[in-house]
Design a protein around this ligand. Structure first.
Ligand code: SAH
Length: 342
C-alpha cells in the first residue's frame, strides 16, 4: 500500500482516516497539535501517542518536508526562500517584515496558466497545482525559523490560488483550525486574477478571509491586453461577481491595480475605475509596477501614483498605496519565478 502524505488531510478528513485504523477520533486532533503546533517531523518522536498508534501511522502515512535551496535577503529585510519539493520542482515564498509583524507570501502552483503581461510567474507556463501539504510546508518552514506563526498569510506568490480551489480551501481550514495553526481568517488573503466560478463557490462559504482581486484596468479591452484571463472572465461579469461576493459575505473586496506608465495610469482611468467599482464595499490598493527582466513596461513617477490615489479618493473610493518590498532580490509582486542558478 502506498503511504499517504499526512499533511494533505483536513482535521475532519483525518478523523475519518483515524476511524478506519480503528483508533479513537480524538487522536486526530492530538496528532494535528504535534504536527502543526509542535512541528514534530517524525512519527517516532511523537511520544505522547501510544506506541501502537505510532506504528499504524508509520505504516500508512509519511510526513513530507520542503528543502531550502536558497535564501536571499533584501536590504529592507525581506527574505525570499527557494524550496525544492520532493519531485524536484522548485517554488518560492517571501517573508515580509513590517515592524513586529510578519507577512508570508506563499505560492499555490508551479508556474501559472494565465500569463499576465506584467508578471514573471506565468512566463514559463504551468506545471501543476501544489498539494495541500506543499503549501502548508511553506508556512511550517517559516514558523519553525521564526519560532512563531506569520501574522498574515497572503496567496500572492507564484500561481493562481483559485485555480487550485479545492486544495486552497483545505489549506485555509488547516491554517484556521484551533488544533493546527490557529491563524484567524481575517489574517489570510487570497489574491486572484478573477476566476469567477471560484469566487462564486468561495462566496457560499461565507468566510471572513480577505479577498483581493487583481483588476489593473477599468476597461474590458485594456484588461484583456494586460490579462488574457479577461477573455474568459470579462470585466463587467467580474465586477458583478465581486459585488455579489461583498454583499453576501459583508466583507470588503480589495481591488489591486498596478500602475504602469502610459498604459493604465492616466487620471481618466482613475475616473473610469471609480465609476465601475463605486456603490459597494470595496477599496483599491495601488501598486507601482515592479520591473521584470526584458519587459518594456515601466513604473510611473510617485507623483503620478499619488495623483491617481487622490483622484480615486475624491470620487469616494478608499485607496491605499502598496509599498513594495524586496525588489532588490526579485521578491516583489510579479517578480517570482523560481529561477534556480546552481
Ligand atoms: N494569481 C494571483 C496571485 C499572484 S499575483 C493574482 O493574479 O492576484 C500577486 C499580486 O502581484 C497581484 O496583485 C498581481 O497583480 C501583482 N503583480 C504581478 N506582477 C506584478 C508586477 N510586475 N508589479 C507589481 N505587481 C505585480
Amino acid at each position: 500500500m502506498q503511504k499517504k502524505d499526512i499533511k494533505n488531510f483536513t482535521l475532519n478528513e483525518f478523523q475519518e482516516e483515524v476511524k478506519k485504523l480503528g483508533v479513537e477520533k480524538y487522536r486526530a486532533a492530538q496528532l494535528f497539535d504535534l504536527l502543526y503546533k509542535k512541528g514534530i517531523e517524525d512519527f517516532r518522536d511523537m511520544l505522547s501517542l501510544p506506541a501502537s498508534f505510532r506504528d499504524l501511522l508509520q505504516e500508512s502515512f509519511y510526513i513530507s518536508k520542503v528543502e531550502l535551496i536558497k535564501l536571499a535577503k533584501s536590504k529592507d529585510k525581506t527574505e525570499k526562500y527557494l524550496f525544492e519539493l520532493q519531485d524536484g520542482n522548485l517554488i518560492e515564498s517571501v517573508l515580509i517584515f513590517s515592524g513586529k509583524r510578519l507577512t508570508e507570501c506563499i505560492s499555490s502552483q508551479i508556474g501559472c496558466k494565465y500569463n499576465c503581461l506584467f508578471c514573471e510567474s506565468g512566463k514559463k507556463g504551468f506545471t501543476r497545482n501544489l498539494t495541500v501539504s506543499e503549501i502548508l510546508n511553506q508556512v511550517l518552514f517559516v514558523k519553525k525559523k521564526m519560532k512563531s506563526n506569520p501574522n498574515n498569510i497572503v496567496f500572492m506568490g507564484i500561481g493562481e490560488p483559485l485555480d487550485n480551489y479545492d486544495n486552497i480551501v483545505k489549506v485555509i481550514c488547516i491554517l484556521n483550525s484551533k488544533d493546527a495553526f490557529d491563524i484567524g481568517a481575517r489574517k489570510i488573503t487570497i489574491s486572484t486574477c478573477g476566476i469567477i466560478p471560484a469566487i462564486k463557490r468561495l462566496q457560499e462559504r461565507n468566510w471572513q478571509i480577505e479577498l483581493s482581486v487583481s483588476l489593473h484596468a477599468p476597461e474590458n479591452k485594456l484588461r484583456s491586453y494586460l490579462m488574457p484571463v479577461n477573455n474568459l472572465y470579462p470585466l463587467p461579469n467580474l465586477i458583478e461577481a465581486c459585488k455579489n461576493y461583498a454583499e453576501k459575505t459583508k466583507r470588503q473586496i480589495t481591488f489591486e491595480y498596478i500602475l504602469i506608465k502610459g498604459v493604465n495610469d492616466s487620471l481618466n482611468y482613475a475616473d473610469k475605475l471609480a465609476k465601475k467599482i463605486g456603490g459597494f464595499n470595496s477599496k483599491v490598493n495601488l501598486i507601482t509596477f515592479n520591473p521584470t527582466p526584458g519587459s518594456l513596461l515601466q513604473a510611473p513617477d510617485i507623483s503620478q501614483v499619488k495623483s491617481f490615489k487622490n483622484k480615486l479618493a475624491d470620487r469616494g473610493i478608499p485607496t491605499t498605496i502598496r509599498i513594495s518590498k524586496g525588489d532588490d532580490i526579485s521578491a516583489a509582486c510579479g517578480q517570482l519565478k523560481s529561477l534556480h542558478l546552481k
